[in-house]
Design a protein around this ligand. Structure first.
Ligand SMILES: [Zn+2]
Length: 92
């Protein structure tokens, strides 16, 4: 699985979780896909009833997250981005 595939796995899961997305922390970074500056939410599982059995999701999560970076999603264009140093980057 490359980063692009991993981002797609996360995107497909979170598309069904729009209420949860809106409750996640907003990162004030510009979306590299659509250019909106205030629509990126950090992805976070802490208060979701999460499908812990979804191995493919966790493989994708591991691929895209580390100490320096975390996955986020743009609520405007619904693309997954990587948050690093307060900036949003395209995966891959
Ligand atoms: Zn966007």
């Amino acid at each position: 699985m490359d980063e692009f595939d991993a981002a797609e796995v996360l995107r497909l899961y979170w598309l069904g979780q729009s209420d949860t997305i809106s409750s996640q922390k907003i990162i004030l970074a510009m979306c590299p896909f659509c250019g909106k500056g205030d629509r990126i939410h950090l992805l976070n599982h802490e208060d979701t009833n999460f499908l812990a059995s979804n191995d493919n999701y966790w493989a994708a999560w591991e691929k895209l997250s580390s100490l320096e970076r975390l996955p986020g999603i743009c609520r405007f264009c619904l693309n997954v981005v990587i948050i690093r140093g307060g900036q949003a980057e395209m995966p891959g």
